[in-house]
Design a protein around this ligand. Structure first.
Ligand SMILES: Cc1cc2nc3c(=O)[nH]c(=O)nc-3n(C[C@H](O)[C@H](O)[C@H](O)COP(=O)(O)OP(=O)(O)OC[C@H]3O[C@@H](n4cnc5c(N)ncnc54)[C@H](O)[C@@H]3O)c2cc1C
Length: 498
């Protein structure tokens, strides 16, 4: 059984005064919360949705970018390369699944080689380590099924589970005394000489500092404090996912040469840690920040583009599709060409820090963005390091990755380790129960899924869904409260049999 984190967000009464309130429980907000939890501060994170990582941080490629795709001299470039130098150690410290895979940007024809050289030069300027242009035999050595004439090889790129990383950052902060409130949107802000009065449906909190990490909604959250400086345009990226047998076809992310208009990196192929391949993302502006639809024409196009690079993919099955939304500062007409990350203390509202336009490579850059927030607050506050700060979180054993001896030991000690809840991903009852009992609090099927992988396999929850509902009930969630992803997605009316 997973050890219990000593500081529970739920068991102790919540104070109403905080030194810093972070708005948004995505990877950026959780990285900021964890970094702040090194210091003797009273910390609260407000998240509107029913779980952490419900926003952009769940719908992306999960690639650890090395920093050659971003324009030199920008905050994006600096935080990307700095994030790269921090993220592997951080992932190890927190026990988050990740792998340094390397990455290839592939040119199908000789005429695209200059573009690869430009990318390499940009990466060299940005400080990306180890970049090299390889020929066909170099491509074959790294990725035998990939077709291409030339490729830029980036040995330090990698892959990480973005939602597990986000949740782990929050669990570490919880362990160090921070508090997290889910289903608690910030709805109004009062300005006081000593700070801010924050209105939520769960009460009013005062904060000396506010850090706005609200992703797609960071413009609207800033506006609550009267800061009208930003406008976010949602830019959708759709993905298709193959079945697990893909591991034999590709174990390194492969990108095409990016389109010249620089609007995105091109629909790429990204292996996951479990052996699936993600095809995508596409790119299109949408009106609605919640419009994460997937569409047939895009799925067809993603396949056609992917088959050009890796013809072997034709024989694979596709099990799921999803979409993520980039928080663009550039408008659809291209009138506003703001492309850099914004991390700044508001001039209008001192002690209110905004992180806006955190699109790709925001996952990689999150640890470095968090360090920027510490610099801003540290310039005005005497931040005292806590001697008892714990950088890790309790280990999260996964049955699927344990060896047979360890599996047998666990089953002998606790029969819940021998009860298979998810057959596709080999997740046991013990892991699901631990996810539900964790203070970061999985209460919905999606929340359990992100912590354990239940429902992410070939049957997409067909087998484990009813079993998860049973376990949630056994753990005290009333049937009518069991939901897919929090209020509004409840799955049952109640019990019709005793
Ligand atoms: C298609 C796509 C692919 C990408 N691929 C990569 C990649 O491979 N590598 C990489 O490094 N980066 C990638 N990125 C970028 C990366 O995913 C984002 O930069 C990062 O996830 C942004 O995290 P965030 O915390 O800022 O936003 P979010 O994860 O959206 O978090 C913001 C949170 O704020 C909450 N919120 C909003 N309003 C309120 C309110 N009023 N009160 C309380 N909470 C509120 C939201 O519910 C949300 O949970 C990709 C992005 C996209 C869209």
């Amino acid at each position: 059984m997973r050890p219990k984190i000593p500081v529970s967000a739920k068991s102790e009464p919540l104070p109403s005064a905080f030194d810093v309130v972070v708005v948004g429980g995505g990877v950026v907000g959780c990285a900021v919360l964890r970094e702040l939890s090194r210091y003797g501060l009273r910390l609260l994170l407000l998240e509107r949705e029913s779980d952490l990582a419900e926003g952009i941080s769940k719908g992306n490629s999960g690639v650890i970018h090395a920093g050659f795709n971003v324009p030199s001299g920008t905050l994006k470039a600096r935080t990307n390369v700095e994030g790269l130098s921090r993220i592997y150690r951080l992932a190890r410290e927190l026990g988050v699944p990740h792998r340094r895979t390397g990455k290839l940007v592939v040119a199908l024809a000789d005429e695209d080689r200059p573009h690869l050289e430009e990318l390499k030069a940009q990466g060299d300027r940005n400080g990306t380590p180890g970049l090299e242009i390889v020929d066909e035999s170099g491509i074959r050595a790294l990725a035998p099924h990939v077709r291409g004439r030339w490729a830029l090889s980036s040995p330090h790129s990698g892959i990480i589970s973005p939602y597990e990383f986000t949740i782990a950052l929050a669990e570490c902060a919880l362990q160090n005394g921070a508090r997290v409130l889910l289903e608690t949107p910030l709805t109004a802000v009062g300005i006081r000489p000593e700070g801010f009065l924050l209105e939520t449906p769960r009460g009013r909190f005062s904060a000396r500092w506010v850090v706005n990490c609200a992703g797609l909604y960071s413009d609207e959250v800033a506006a609550l404090a009267g800061i009208e400086d930003y406008r976010i345009y949602p830019y959708r990226g759709e993905y298709l996912i193959t079945d697990k047998e893909a591991a034999a076809v590709l174990d390194i992310p492969v990108y095409p040469v990016p389109p010249r208009d620089d609007s995105f990196l091109g629909a790429h192929l990204t292996p996951t840690l479990e052996g699936h391949i993600l095809l995508g993302p596409s790119s299109a502006y949408v009106e609605d920040k919640r419009d994460a639809a997937t569409t047939r024409p895009v799925m067809d196009r993603l396949k056609a583009e992917a088959f050009l690079l890796v013809p072997e993919l034709r024989r694979l099955l596709f099990i799921h599709a999803y979409a993520g939304l980039r928080p663009k500062l550039t408008d659809p007409q291209g009138r506003v060409k703001l492309a850099d990350f914004i991390v700044e203390e508001s001039r209008l509202r001192p002690r209110w820090v905004n992180l806006v336009g955190i699109e790709s490579p925001g996952l990689t850059a999150a640890p470095a963005l968090a360090a920027r927030v510490i610099d801003i607050i540290g310039a005005r506050e005497d931040l005292a390091l806590r001697p008892d700060f714990r950088p890790d979180r309790p280990a999260v054993p996964k049955f699927a990755t344990l060896d047979d001896g360890e599996r047998a030991r666990r089953v002998a000690a606790d029969r819940a380790w021998g009860e298979m809840v998810c057959r596709c991903e080999h997740v046991t009852r013990a892991e699901v129960t631990a996810a539900v009992r964790n203070p970061s609090g999985a209460r919905s099927l999606d929340a359990v899924k992100r912590r354990t992988r239940c429902g992410m396999g070939r049957c997409q929850g067909g087998f484990c869904g009813p079993r998860l509902a049973d376990i949630l009930q056994a753990e005290g969630v009333p049937p009518e409260k069991i939901s897919k992803r929090g209020s509004g997605s409840e799955m049952f009316y109640g019990r019709n049999k005793p």
